[in-house]
Design a protein around this ligand. Structure first.
Ligand code: SAJ
Length: 425
């Protein structure tokens, strides 16, 4: 069996490597010559637990190779980006471009599976495009079996656990026809241990969007609570902990906003599909983005109240214990503070070698946690890295702390000195 994986990103490369480990001949196709060269030399261009060793092994054994061009295969998996445009409209141009490159090498009997998160109807649009480009092929349609199988099967893996979750998670496989879905299911069964459940392509597209929107809405609930509790001078972490003792309540954790490449993006695909009715989903997005502005404003108040003291922003990653800073609310908050307060702002991020470009020209610098504890009087906690959680209370006594992640619940409150006294000093 020969499999082509189009797009060697966070999903495509691990998927290609896993299928190759199962013994198939896999070609990974990417538009970047750098990515192709890196993979062909047995190395990886993305950070993911255990991926480097796996890729090295399958490339050395000759089961995986990368290429700039698509070749005839039995199965094609498309895993390319689907960003949102400025106006929040989903951009499926990379998916359509991938379909255009696959079309010339397709033959009856092949299977084409889309894995990219996509607005409802994208798999059908892909089928229509291929049908237009290759009128000689027997394409599937409702009530027409066809000889090409076209399916949608979203990925659901969590960065940091991708290789484990690619095997263990249940998969939902949507076909243009039930026969397409069964054909794709036969393919996934080869390397997935979780349950594989078939449905229509449209339902499967919606399932993916709904999963991430569900999480976004639930985080928005926690973020809204955190602002209300602040105003009422109640500890939101304690409220959530106690409410979650109810057998049917499970509130998520507030933070400085929602980051990453999926949860803050995918809900817009639903909103764009039905703007009139997607009210909670849109509001949740606004609440989560608004929380970032709220954190900037509240941090600024604290920094102003302790004028003259250096400020440590703890964490830049988009979530704990990873080195991914893209679309990170922590970067958004810290860089806005750095632009406003310049050299007073210090960044602590054990997972970063250098500061992200958002900090260019601000004068802010990266320091380690020990230095921050010695030098800084104000702490803004933005990421719940394990390393930050482990600082004992006596090492942070006397610090003014704004803890957006609730990791230092025992921190004593520090009041700013009255303005008159500060001037006297
Ligand atoms: N976050 C909170 N509070 C919480 C949980 C998360 O503020 O209680 C924040 C995180 O700090 C982070 C953001 O949400 O900024 C997203 O983190 P995450 O761990 O919830 O999710 P991702 O983006 O790493 O991965 C998600 C997963 N989707 C779901 O859990 C429904 C993953 O399974 C998907 O495969 C992935 O999106 C994707 O690629 O779509």
């Amino acid at each position: 069996q020969k499999v082509s994986v189009i797009g060697l990103g966070y999903i495509g490369l691990p998927t290609a490597a896993l299928i190759a480990r199962g013994g198939a001949q896999v070609v990974g196709v990417d538009v970047s010559a750098h990515v192709v060269e890196t993979v062909n030399s047995g190395r990886v261009h993305i950070e993911e637990v255990d991926l480097d060793g796996l890729v090295q092994g399958v490339v050395a054994r000759g089961n995986l190779r990368a290429s700039l061009s698509v070749e005839a295969s039995d199965v094609f998996i498309i895993a390319v980006p689907t960003p949102v445009a400025e106006d929040r409209a989903p951009d499926i141009s990379y998916v359509l471009q991938a379909a255009r490159t696959v079309a010339p090498v397709l033959k009856n009997g092949d299977t084409v599976i889309l894995e990219s998160t996509s607005p409802v109807g994208t798999t059908e649009a892909m089928r229509d495009l291929i049908a237009e480009l290759r009128p000689d092929l027997r394409m599937p349609a409702p009530g027409v079996a066809g000889d090409i199988a076209i399916a949608y099967c979203p990925e659901r893996v969590l960065p940091g656990r991708i290789l484990v979750e690619l095997i263990d998670n249940d998969r939902c496989i949507g076909g243009i026809t039930p026969r397409c879905a069964r054909k794709a299911l036969g393919f996934y069964r080869q390397f997935v241990r979780g349950a594989c459940i078939t449905t229509t392509a449209r339902a499967a597209e919606m399932v993916k969007l709904v999963e991430n929107s569900f999480r976004d809405v639930n985080i928005a609930f926690a973020n809204e609570l955190s602002v209300i509790a602040d105003r009422m001078d109640i500890d939101v972490w304690e409220v959530i902990r106690l409410a979650n003792r109810h057998p049917r309540v499970n509130i998520l954790q507030p933070g400085p906003g929602v980051g990453g490449h999926c949860i803050a993006v995918d809900p817009w695909f639903i909103v764009h599909g039905d703007p009139e009715n997607a009210r909670i989903i849109r509001t949740a997005r606004e609440v989560n983005d608004g929380k970032t502005d709220y954190v900037v404003a509240k941090s600024s108040d604290m920094i102003d109240a302790f004028a003259g003291e250096d400020v440590a922003c703890l964490g830049l990653a988009f979530k704990p214990n990873i080195d991914d800073f893209r679309e990170s609310p922590a970067v958004k908050v810290a860089s806005r503070l750095a632009r406003r307060y310049g050299k007073r702002v210090k960044l602590v991020e054990p997972y970063a070698q250098d500061l992200p470009m958002e900090f260019a020209g601000t004068g802010a610098e990266l320091i380690d946690l020990d230095t921050a504890l010695e030098q800084c009087g104000v702490f803004i906690i933005l990421v719940d890295h394990d390393m930050f959680k482990s600082v004992p209370v006596d090492e942070r006594a006397g610090k003014a702390v704004y803890d957006t992640r609730g990791i230092w619940p025992d921190q004593p409150r520090r009041q700013p000195e009255p303005a008159a006294q500060r001037i006297a000093v």
